[in-house]
Ligand binder design. Structure first.
Ligand code: FES
Length: 159
């Protein structure tokens, strides 16, 4: 049948089938793309260390008094809206590090019993004297902040 012989007053039987087929193809393509994105995003996030571990810059921020940090004591404080772990270690004195884990960005804690910095998410442990990784999946040390004592107050300067 030639194209000009076709009855244009009747619905075209081929057109709806092609539209359905095209719609199904688009839906299948969309579902494949969203499934791949859902699977690959956490894998890439796990393999690439978080970039949130870098410290900010700015003026010294008072984080407490020296009396708040006797030897063996530490806690997480806020410095310019960023978590910083401050600890008074027997070996290294007062220290301050970014409290953002270099693995996937969880907030680390001061473990008073073991006197180390520990991440609750995947159990990474950090040396409170130099921020180095002791164990766990963290790929790099915690960035250190400059900590100064003025009178009886502690100040942290993001670097
Ligand atoms: S986020 Fe995984 S060990 Fe800290």
């Amino acid at each position: 049948m030639k194209e000009e012989d076709r009855d244009l007053t009747q619905p075209d039987e081929q057109a709806p089938a092609l539209s359905r087929r095209r719609l199904i193809t688009y839906l299948l393509g969309f579902s494949v793309v969203t499934t791949l994105a859902g699977v690959l995003t956490p894998i890439i996030g796990y393999l690439l260390p978080s970039g949130q571990a870098s410290a900010g810059t700015g003026e010294p921020v008072k984080v407490g008094a020296t009396a708040d940090f006797p030897v063996g004591r530490g806690k997480v404080v806020s410095v310019q809206d960023k978590p910083v772990v401050v600890a008074n270690t027997a070996e290294g004195g007062l220290k301050a590090f970014s409290a953002i884990c270099t693995h996937l960005g969880c907030i680390v804690e001061w473990d008073a019993n073991r006197r180390i910095i520990a991440c609750p998410c995947h159990d990474a442990h950090f040396n409170p004297v130099n921020g180095a990784v002791i164990s766990g999946p963290a790929p790099s040390p915690l960035p250190e902040f400059q900590l100064t004592v003025q009178g009886d107050a502690l100040y942290v300067t993001p670097s």
